[in-house]
Design a protein around this ligand. Structure first.
Ligand SMILES: [Zn+2]
Length: 92
């Protein structure tokens, strides 16, 4: 695949080059996964990162598949919170 040409950095005007780096993926504010070697535009000057829409879509699709197939609900905390809520209701 040909290297993608990024626009210059919108913050400092520096040269943005593509690197394959790890990208943290958040679900709301919860870190749910680290995507490995994601093609990412990185500003040589300030380090700002730029993601291509197509790349983000691909990651999203991959995460969705994984979530529905193996672990649709983040395990542990959600359930505990549910129980606490239920207990609270019962006590009242
Ligand atoms: Zn920059």
């Amino acid at each position: 695949m040909a290297k993608y040409e990024y626009d210059d950095c919108t913050f400092c005007g520096g040269l943005v080059t593509e690197r394959h780096i790890q990208k943290p993926c958040y679900w709301g504010d919860k870190l749910i996964a680290l995507a490995d070697s994601v093609p990412t535009g990185v500003c040589e000057q300030c380090g700002e990162r730029y993601y291509r829409a197509a790349v983000l879509k691909r990651i999203e699709a991959r995460l969705k598949v994984r979530r529905t197939a193996r672990d649709p609900i983040p395990r542990g905390r959600g359930r505990i919170e549910d129980r606490r809520q239920r207990d609270g209701v019962l006590r009242r």
